[in-house]
Design a protein around this ligand. Sequence first.
Ligand code: GDP
Length: 444
Amino acid sequence: MVLGELGTRISNALRKLQNATIIDEEVLKECLGEVTKALLQSDVNVNYVKRLRDQVLLQVNVESDAAGTNKRKLIQRAVVGELQSMLESEKKPYQMKKGKINVVMFVGLQGSGKTTTCAKYAYNYLRKGWRVGLVCADTFRAGAFDQLKQNATRIKVPFYGSYTETDPVKIAQEGVEYFRSQNYDLIIVDTSGRHRQEAALFEEMEQVEAAINPDEVIFVMDSSIGQSCYDQALAFKKSVKVGSVIVTKLDGHAKGGGALSAVAATESPIIFIGTGEQFDDFEQFEAKSFIRRLLGLGDIDRLFSVVQEAIPKEKQPELMNKISQGKFSLRDMYEQFQTVLKMGSISQLMSMIPGMNSGLLEKGNEKEGIARIKRFMCMMDSMTDDELDGKSSMVPSRITRVARGSGTSVREVTLLLEEHKRFAKMVGKMGKMSLGKANDMQNF
Ligand code: GDP
Protein backbone atom coordinates (compact mmCIF):
# COMPACT_ATOMS: atom_id res chain seq x y z
CA MET A 1 0.00 0.00 0.00
CA VAL A 2 1.60 3.30 -1.00
CA LEU A 3 1.80 5.94 1.71
CA GLY A 4 -0.92 8.19 0.31
CA GLU A 5 -3.33 5.25 0.51
CA LEU A 6 -2.23 4.39 4.03
CA GLY A 7 -2.96 7.97 5.08
CA THR A 8 -6.40 7.89 3.48
CA ARG A 9 -7.31 4.63 5.19
CA ILE A 10 -6.28 5.82 8.63
CA SER A 11 -8.03 9.16 8.25
CA ASN A 12 -11.18 7.39 7.01
CA ALA A 13 -11.12 5.16 10.10
CA LEU A 14 -10.81 8.26 12.30
CA ARG A 15 -13.51 10.09 10.40
CA LYS A 16 -15.94 7.24 11.00
CA LEU A 17 -15.89 8.23 14.66
CA GLN A 18 -17.60 11.43 13.61
CA ASN A 19 -20.58 9.45 12.33
CA ALA A 20 -21.00 7.20 15.34
CA THR A 21 -23.79 8.32 17.66
CA ILE A 22 -22.07 7.09 20.77
CA ILE A 23 -18.43 6.23 21.29
CA ASP A 24 -18.17 3.01 23.23
CA GLU A 25 -15.64 0.21 23.53
CA GLU A 26 -16.92 -1.42 20.37
CA VAL A 27 -16.62 1.70 18.21
CA LEU A 28 -13.12 2.37 19.54
CA LYS A 29 -11.99 -1.20 18.86
CA GLU A 30 -13.41 -1.13 15.35
CA CYS A 31 -11.59 2.11 14.60
CA LEU A 32 -8.32 0.76 16.00
CA GLY A 33 -8.86 -2.47 14.07
CA GLU A 34 -8.93 -0.54 10.80
CA VAL A 35 -5.91 1.57 11.73
CA THR A 36 -3.83 -1.47 12.70
CA LYS A 37 -4.85 -3.42 9.60
CA ALA A 38 -3.75 -0.55 7.37
CA LEU A 39 -0.41 -0.27 9.19
CA LEU A 40 0.27 -4.00 8.96
CA GLN A 41 -0.48 -3.94 5.24
CA SER A 42 2.12 -1.21 4.90
CA ASP A 43 4.62 -3.66 6.50
CA VAL A 44 4.88 -1.90 9.85
CA ASN A 45 6.36 -4.28 12.42
CA VAL A 46 3.62 -6.10 14.32
CA ASN A 47 5.14 -5.16 17.68
CA TYR A 48 4.99 -1.42 16.91
CA VAL A 49 1.40 -1.80 15.75
CA LYS A 50 0.48 -3.63 18.92
CA ARG A 51 2.17 -0.96 21.02
CA LEU A 52 0.19 1.75 19.24
CA ARG A 53 -3.06 -0.10 19.89
CA ASP A 54 -2.28 -0.69 23.57
CA GLN A 55 -1.16 2.88 24.12
CA VAL A 56 -4.31 4.33 22.58
CA LEU A 57 -6.51 2.00 24.64
CA LEU A 58 -4.59 3.04 27.73
CA GLN A 59 -4.98 6.74 26.99
CA VAL A 60 -8.63 6.54 26.04
CA ASN A 61 -10.75 4.80 28.58
CA VAL A 62 -14.12 5.29 26.95
CA GLU A 63 -16.12 3.83 29.82
CA SER A 64 -14.74 5.82 32.71
CA ASP A 65 -13.85 9.16 31.13
CA ALA A 66 -15.81 12.00 32.57
CA ALA A 67 -18.95 12.92 30.73
CA GLY A 68 -18.52 15.91 28.52
CA THR A 69 -15.01 15.09 27.34
CA ASN A 70 -14.93 14.86 23.61
CA LYS A 71 -14.09 11.20 23.17
CA ARG A 72 -13.79 11.46 19.41
CA LYS A 73 -11.11 14.09 19.68
CA LEU A 74 -9.42 12.16 22.45
CA ILE A 75 -9.15 9.05 20.27
CA GLN A 76 -8.05 10.98 17.23
CA ARG A 77 -5.40 12.82 19.19
CA ALA A 78 -4.11 9.63 20.76
CA VAL A 79 -3.82 7.85 17.39
CA VAL A 80 -2.09 10.80 15.74
CA GLY A 81 0.26 11.12 18.73
CA GLU A 82 1.18 7.44 18.67
CA LEU A 83 1.78 7.46 14.91
CA GLN A 84 4.02 10.43 15.42
CA SER A 85 6.05 8.80 18.17
CA MET A 86 6.42 5.72 15.97
CA LEU A 87 8.36 7.85 13.49
CA GLU A 88 10.31 9.96 15.92
CA SER A 89 13.88 9.43 16.95
CA GLU A 90 15.19 10.87 20.19
CA LYS A 91 18.51 11.63 18.64
CA LYS A 92 18.73 14.99 16.92
CA PRO A 93 20.35 15.23 13.48
CA TYR A 94 23.45 17.31 12.79
CA GLN A 95 22.56 20.96 12.34
CA MET A 96 24.04 22.39 9.17
CA LYS A 97 25.73 25.71 9.77
CA LYS A 98 25.87 28.38 7.11
CA GLY A 99 29.12 30.32 7.15
CA LYS A 100 31.07 27.20 8.09
CA ILE A 101 32.31 24.43 5.79
CA ASN A 102 30.00 21.41 6.24
CA VAL A 103 31.35 18.09 4.95
CA VAL A 104 28.67 15.44 4.45
CA MET A 105 29.40 11.86 3.42
CA PHE A 106 26.70 9.70 1.80
CA VAL A 107 26.66 5.91 2.28
CA GLY A 108 24.25 3.18 1.19
CA LEU A 109 23.83 0.08 -0.92
CA GLN A 110 24.00 0.25 -4.70
CA GLY A 111 20.64 1.08 -6.23
CA SER A 112 19.32 2.68 -3.05
CA GLY A 113 19.19 6.03 -4.84
CA LYS A 114 22.34 7.41 -3.23
CA THR A 115 23.74 9.32 -6.22
CA THR A 116 20.34 10.78 -7.09
CA THR A 117 19.85 11.74 -3.45
CA CYS A 118 23.24 13.51 -3.32
CA ALA A 119 22.03 15.72 -6.17
CA LYS A 120 18.62 16.30 -4.52
CA TYR A 121 20.33 17.21 -1.27
CA ALA A 122 22.72 19.56 -3.10
CA TYR A 123 19.80 21.15 -4.94
CA ASN A 124 17.92 21.69 -1.70
CA TYR A 125 20.77 23.78 -0.26
CA LEU A 126 21.56 25.43 -3.56
CA ARG A 127 18.05 26.87 -3.63
CA LYS A 128 18.72 28.43 -0.24
CA GLY A 129 21.76 30.20 -1.62
CA TRP A 130 24.47 27.87 -0.31
CA ARG A 131 27.68 27.21 -2.25
CA VAL A 132 27.68 23.46 -2.80
CA GLY A 133 30.30 21.09 -4.26
CA LEU A 134 29.90 17.39 -5.13
CA VAL A 135 32.68 14.82 -4.86
CA CYS A 136 32.37 11.41 -6.53
CA ALA A 137 34.35 8.89 -4.48
CA ASP A 138 32.55 5.92 -6.02
CA THR A 139 35.27 4.11 -7.93
CA PHE A 140 33.54 0.75 -7.69
CA ARG A 141 30.65 1.20 -10.09
CA ALA A 142 31.51 1.92 -13.70
CA GLY A 143 29.66 5.03 -14.80
CA ALA A 144 29.17 6.40 -11.29
CA PHE A 145 31.26 9.48 -12.02
CA ASP A 146 29.40 10.12 -15.27
CA GLN A 147 26.06 9.91 -13.45
CA LEU A 148 27.13 12.32 -10.73
CA LYS A 149 28.64 14.65 -13.33
CA GLN A 150 25.42 14.63 -15.32
CA ASN A 151 23.31 15.39 -12.25
CA ALA A 152 25.73 18.08 -11.09
CA THR A 153 25.66 19.74 -14.49
CA ARG A 154 21.86 19.72 -14.54
CA ILE A 155 21.60 21.49 -11.19
CA LYS A 156 24.66 23.63 -11.95
CA VAL A 157 26.81 22.45 -9.05
CA PRO A 158 30.61 22.06 -9.41
CA PHE A 159 31.89 18.50 -9.09
CA TYR A 160 35.11 16.65 -8.44
CA GLY A 161 36.04 13.14 -9.59
CA SER A 162 38.29 11.11 -11.83
CA TYR A 163 37.98 8.54 -14.61
CA THR A 164 41.39 7.05 -13.93
CA GLU A 165 42.03 7.19 -10.20
CA THR A 166 40.95 3.95 -8.53
CA ASP A 167 41.56 4.86 -4.90
CA PRO A 168 38.31 6.26 -3.42
CA VAL A 169 40.10 7.54 -0.33
CA LYS A 170 42.46 9.65 -2.44
CA ILE A 171 39.63 11.15 -4.53
CA ALA A 172 37.51 11.89 -1.46
CA GLN A 173 40.42 13.59 0.26
CA GLU A 174 41.45 15.63 -2.79
CA GLY A 175 37.86 16.61 -3.59
CA VAL A 176 37.13 17.80 -0.06
CA GLU A 177 40.45 19.70 0.00
CA TYR A 178 39.65 21.34 -3.33
CA PHE A 179 36.24 22.67 -2.20
CA ARG A 180 37.59 23.52 1.26
CA SER A 181 40.27 25.71 -0.25
CA GLN A 182 37.50 27.64 -2.00
CA ASN A 183 35.44 27.99 1.15
CA TYR A 184 32.34 26.15 -0.01
CA ASP A 185 29.43 25.99 2.49
CA LEU A 186 28.59 22.37 1.79
CA ILE A 187 30.78 19.58 0.43
CA ILE A 188 28.91 16.37 -0.43
CA VAL A 189 30.89 13.15 -0.84
CA ASP A 190 29.19 10.27 -2.67
CA THR A 191 30.81 6.93 -1.79
CA SER A 192 30.60 3.48 -3.38
CA GLY A 193 27.78 1.07 -2.76
CA ARG A 194 27.65 -2.70 -3.30
CA HIS A 195 24.75 -4.99 -4.05
CA ARG A 196 24.96 -6.54 -0.63
CA GLN A 197 26.33 -5.59 2.74
CA GLU A 198 29.82 -7.01 2.64
CA ALA A 199 33.16 -6.55 4.33
CA ALA A 200 34.78 -4.70 1.40
CA LEU A 201 32.05 -2.06 1.36
CA PHE A 202 32.27 -1.39 5.07
CA GLU A 203 36.07 -1.30 4.99
CA GLU A 204 36.08 1.26 2.19
CA MET A 205 33.49 3.43 3.95
CA GLU A 206 35.52 3.39 7.14
CA GLN A 207 38.67 4.43 5.28
CA VAL A 208 36.95 7.30 3.50
CA GLU A 209 35.37 8.42 6.76
CA ALA A 210 38.74 8.41 8.53
CA ALA A 211 40.36 10.35 5.70
CA ILE A 212 37.84 13.17 5.36
CA ASN A 213 36.45 13.29 8.90
CA PRO A 214 32.93 14.37 7.84
CA ASP A 215 30.65 16.50 9.99
CA GLU A 216 27.78 14.24 9.07
CA VAL A 217 27.32 10.77 7.58
CA ILE A 218 23.97 10.25 5.86
CA PHE A 219 22.73 6.75 5.20
CA VAL A 220 20.50 6.42 2.13
CA MET A 221 18.00 3.59 2.23
CA ASP A 222 15.52 2.22 -0.30
CA SER A 223 12.06 1.92 1.27
CA SER A 224 11.00 -1.04 -0.86
CA ILE A 225 12.41 -3.53 1.65
CA GLY A 226 10.00 -2.34 4.33
CA GLN A 227 10.74 -3.37 7.90
CA SER A 228 13.97 -5.13 6.85
CA CYS A 229 15.35 -1.58 6.83
CA TYR A 230 15.91 -2.09 10.54
CA ASP A 231 18.74 -4.61 10.11
CA GLN A 232 20.32 -2.75 7.23
CA ALA A 233 20.34 0.56 9.10
CA LEU A 234 21.89 -1.08 12.17
CA ALA A 235 24.63 -2.74 10.06
CA PHE A 236 25.64 0.62 8.57
CA LYS A 237 25.48 2.31 11.96
CA LYS A 238 27.89 -0.25 13.37
CA SER A 239 30.48 0.50 10.69
CA VAL A 240 30.40 4.29 10.30
CA LYS A 241 29.05 7.16 12.38
CA VAL A 242 25.65 7.43 10.70
CA GLY A 243 24.13 10.68 11.93
CA SER A 244 20.91 10.65 9.93
CA VAL A 245 18.98 8.77 7.27
CA ILE A 246 17.26 9.58 4.00
CA VAL A 247 14.60 7.08 2.95
CA THR A 248 14.04 6.95 -0.82
CA LYS A 249 11.37 5.76 -3.27
CA LEU A 250 8.45 6.45 -0.98
CA ASP A 251 6.40 7.44 -4.00
CA GLY A 252 5.64 3.99 -5.21
CA HIS A 253 6.40 1.29 -2.73
CA ALA A 254 3.95 -0.74 -0.75
CA LYS A 255 6.15 -0.98 2.30
CA GLY A 256 6.82 2.69 2.99
CA GLY A 257 5.21 2.72 6.42
CA GLY A 258 7.28 -0.29 7.46
CA ALA A 259 10.48 1.31 6.20
CA LEU A 260 9.97 4.63 7.99
CA SER A 261 9.00 3.10 11.32
CA ALA A 262 11.86 0.57 11.16
CA VAL A 263 14.46 3.25 10.52
CA ALA A 264 13.09 5.43 13.31
CA ALA A 265 13.34 2.43 15.66
CA THR A 266 17.11 2.34 15.14
CA GLU A 267 17.21 5.81 16.72
CA SER A 268 18.57 7.42 13.58
CA PRO A 269 16.68 10.56 12.69
CA ILE A 270 15.16 10.60 9.22
CA ILE A 271 15.91 14.02 7.73
CA PHE A 272 14.51 13.82 4.20
CA ILE A 273 12.46 11.44 2.11
CA GLY A 274 12.75 10.80 -1.62
CA THR A 275 9.45 10.85 -3.46
CA GLY A 276 10.38 10.51 -7.13
CA GLU A 277 13.14 10.69 -9.70
CA GLN A 278 13.23 14.48 -10.13
CA PHE A 279 15.53 16.71 -8.08
CA ASP A 280 12.68 18.41 -6.28
CA ASP A 281 10.95 15.13 -5.40
CA PHE A 282 12.50 15.51 -2.01
CA GLU A 283 10.90 16.49 1.26
CA GLN A 284 12.27 17.51 4.57
CA PHE A 285 11.07 15.01 7.14
CA GLU A 286 9.66 15.86 10.51
CA ALA A 287 7.43 13.25 12.14
CA LYS A 288 4.63 15.53 13.31
CA SER A 289 4.33 17.43 10.06
CA PHE A 290 4.53 14.22 8.03
CA ILE A 291 1.76 12.46 9.95
CA ARG A 292 -0.52 15.49 9.86
CA ARG A 293 -0.07 15.85 6.12
CA LEU A 294 -0.43 12.14 5.50
CA LEU A 295 -3.79 12.21 7.26
CA GLY A 296 -4.90 15.33 5.39
CA LEU A 297 -4.77 17.50 8.52
CA GLY A 298 -2.39 20.03 7.01
CA ASP A 299 0.50 21.74 8.69
CA ILE A 300 -0.01 25.45 8.92
CA ASP A 301 3.26 26.10 10.78
CA ARG A 302 5.27 24.45 8.05
CA LEU A 303 3.28 26.20 5.34
CA PHE A 304 4.13 29.53 6.93
CA SER A 305 7.80 28.70 7.21
CA VAL A 306 8.04 27.39 3.63
CA VAL A 307 6.27 30.46 2.26
CA GLN A 308 8.43 32.69 4.42
CA GLU A 309 11.58 31.04 3.08
CA ALA A 310 10.51 31.68 -0.48
CA ILE A 311 9.24 35.23 -0.11
CA PRO A 312 11.75 38.09 -0.16
CA LYS A 313 12.38 39.35 3.39
CA GLU A 314 11.12 42.87 2.68
CA LYS A 315 7.73 41.54 1.54
CA GLN A 316 7.13 39.25 4.51
CA PRO A 317 5.72 41.66 7.12
CA GLU A 318 3.28 43.00 4.54
CA LEU A 319 2.02 39.53 3.60
CA MET A 320 1.79 38.29 7.19
CA ASN A 321 -0.15 41.41 8.05
CA LYS A 322 -2.57 40.79 5.21
CA ILE A 323 -3.00 37.14 6.16
CA SER A 324 -3.70 38.00 9.78
CA GLN A 325 -6.35 40.45 8.63
CA GLY A 326 -7.78 37.99 6.14
CA LYS A 327 -7.10 40.31 3.20
CA PHE A 328 -6.06 38.73 -0.04
CA SER A 329 -6.34 40.56 -3.37
CA LEU A 330 -5.94 39.16 -6.86
CA ARG A 331 -2.48 40.74 -6.89
CA ASP A 332 -1.59 38.84 -3.71
CA MET A 333 -2.76 35.68 -5.40
CA TYR A 334 -0.62 36.50 -8.44
CA GLU A 335 2.44 36.95 -6.22
CA GLN A 336 1.70 33.72 -4.38
CA PHE A 337 1.46 31.89 -7.68
CA GLN A 338 4.88 33.27 -8.61
CA THR A 339 6.25 31.99 -5.31
CA VAL A 340 4.66 28.58 -5.74
CA LEU A 341 6.12 28.21 -9.24
CA LYS A 342 9.54 29.14 -7.88
CA MET A 343 9.28 26.61 -5.09
CA GLY A 344 8.53 23.63 -7.29
CA SER A 345 6.38 21.03 -5.69
CA ILE A 346 2.76 22.11 -5.60
CA SER A 347 1.50 18.84 -4.18
CA GLN A 348 3.83 19.28 -1.21
CA LEU A 349 2.48 22.74 -0.57
CA MET A 350 -1.13 21.71 -0.93
CA SER A 351 -0.67 18.90 1.59
CA MET A 352 0.21 21.54 4.19
CA ILE A 353 -3.26 23.08 3.92
CA PRO A 354 -5.78 21.46 6.29
CA GLY A 355 -8.61 19.68 4.54
CA MET A 356 -6.70 19.32 1.29
CA ASN A 357 -6.24 15.61 1.93
CA SER A 358 -2.92 14.08 1.22
CA GLY A 359 -1.68 15.43 -2.05
CA LEU A 360 1.45 14.12 -0.34
CA LEU A 361 3.40 11.88 -2.67
CA GLU A 362 0.83 12.13 -5.46
CA LYS A 363 2.42 13.96 -8.28
CA GLY A 364 0.30 12.80 -11.19
CA ASN A 365 -1.40 16.16 -11.54
CA GLU A 366 1.63 18.33 -10.90
CA LYS A 367 2.20 19.33 -14.56
CA GLU A 368 -1.48 20.10 -15.09
CA GLY A 369 -1.49 22.21 -11.95
CA ILE A 370 1.46 24.27 -13.14
CA ALA A 371 -0.10 24.84 -16.58
CA ARG A 372 -3.33 25.97 -14.89
CA ILE A 373 -1.51 28.41 -12.62
CA LYS A 374 0.33 29.88 -15.60
CA ARG A 375 -2.97 30.37 -17.45
CA PHE A 376 -4.45 32.12 -14.41
CA MET A 377 -1.44 34.43 -14.30
CA CYS A 378 -1.89 35.20 -17.96
CA MET A 379 -5.49 36.31 -17.27
CA MET A 380 -4.36 38.47 -14.38
CA ASP A 381 -1.81 40.12 -16.65
CA SER A 382 -4.78 41.47 -18.65
CA MET A 383 -6.40 43.10 -15.61
CA THR A 384 -5.97 46.71 -14.50
CA ASP A 385 -4.08 47.70 -11.34
CA ASP A 386 -7.34 48.62 -9.62
CA GLU A 387 -8.83 45.24 -10.43
CA LEU A 388 -5.77 43.44 -9.10
CA ASP A 389 -5.85 45.49 -5.92
CA GLY A 390 -9.57 44.92 -5.39
CA LYS A 391 -10.38 48.64 -5.87
CA SER A 392 -12.68 47.98 -8.79
CA SER A 393 -14.75 44.88 -9.27
CA MET A 394 -14.79 42.53 -12.22
CA VAL A 395 -18.07 43.33 -13.97
CA PRO A 396 -19.25 41.06 -16.86
CA SER A 397 -17.97 43.43 -19.57
CA ARG A 398 -14.52 43.41 -17.95
CA ILE A 399 -14.56 39.62 -17.66
CA THR A 400 -15.21 39.37 -21.39
CA ARG A 401 -12.45 41.90 -22.07
CA VAL A 402 -9.92 40.06 -19.89
CA ALA A 403 -10.83 36.75 -21.52
CA ARG A 404 -10.24 38.23 -24.97
CA GLY A 405 -7.04 40.00 -23.89
CA SER A 406 -5.53 36.84 -22.47
CA GLY A 407 -6.68 34.49 -25.20
CA THR A 408 -8.82 32.53 -22.75
CA SER A 409 -12.58 32.21 -22.24
CA VAL A 410 -15.22 33.91 -20.07
CA ARG A 411 -15.72 30.59 -18.31
CA GLU A 412 -12.04 30.40 -17.37
CA VAL A 413 -11.89 33.97 -16.08
CA THR A 414 -15.00 33.30 -14.01
CA LEU A 415 -13.32 30.21 -12.64
CA LEU A 416 -10.26 32.27 -11.72
CA LEU A 417 -12.44 34.73 -9.79
CA GLU A 418 -14.11 31.84 -7.97
CA GLU A 419 -10.72 30.35 -7.10
CA HIS A 420 -9.64 33.74 -5.79
CA LYS A 421 -12.71 33.91 -3.54
CA ARG A 422 -11.93 30.43 -2.24
CA PHE A 423 -8.31 31.34 -1.59
CA ALA A 424 -9.26 34.57 0.13
CA LYS A 425 -11.61 32.65 2.40
CA MET A 426 -8.90 30.15 3.21
CA VAL A 427 -6.40 32.91 3.90
CA GLY A 428 -8.96 34.42 6.26
CA LYS A 429 -9.13 31.13 8.14
CA MET A 430 -5.35 30.83 8.16
CA GLY A 431 -5.16 34.34 9.58
CA LYS A 432 -7.43 33.30 12.41
CA MET A 433 -5.33 30.21 13.04
CA SER A 434 -2.14 32.20 13.11
CA LEU A 435 -3.72 34.45 15.69
CA GLY A 436 -4.43 31.39 17.76
CA LYS A 437 -8.21 31.65 17.63
CA ALA A 438 -10.38 28.58 17.82
CA ASN A 439 -11.06 27.01 14.48
CA ASP A 440 -12.80 24.00 13.20
CA MET A 441 -10.37 23.05 10.47
CA GLN A 442 -7.68 21.71 12.75
CA ASN A 443 -10.03 19.56 14.70
CA PHE A 444 -7.62 16.82 15.78
P1 GDP B 1 22.75 4.46 -6.32
O1 GDP B 1 23.26 3.22 -6.98
O2 GDP B 1 22.43 4.21 -4.88
O3 GDP B 1 23.63 5.63 -6.50
O4 GDP B 1 21.32 4.76 -6.95
P2 GDP B 1 20.86 5.78 -8.08
O5 GDP B 1 20.94 7.17 -7.58
O6 GDP B 1 21.58 5.48 -9.35
O7 GDP B 1 19.31 5.41 -8.18
C1 GDP B 1 18.84 4.15 -8.60
C2 GDP B 1 17.49 4.35 -9.29
O8 GDP B 1 16.53 4.77 -8.34
C3 GDP B 1 17.52 5.41 -10.36
O9 GDP B 1 16.74 4.95 -11.45
C4 GDP B 1 16.85 6.61 -9.70
O10 GDP B 1 16.22 7.45 -10.63
C5 GDP B 1 15.85 5.92 -8.79
N1 GDP B 1 15.46 6.73 -7.63
C6 GDP B 1 16.24 7.35 -6.72
N2 GDP B 1 15.50 7.94 -5.76
C7 GDP B 1 14.20 7.71 -6.08
C8 GDP B 1 12.93 8.06 -5.48
O11 GDP B 1 12.83 8.71 -4.43
N3 GDP B 1 11.81 7.61 -6.12
C9 GDP B 1 11.87 6.88 -7.28
N4 GDP B 1 10.72 6.49 -7.83
N5 GDP B 1 13.02 6.53 -7.85
C10 GDP B 1 14.17 6.93 -7.27
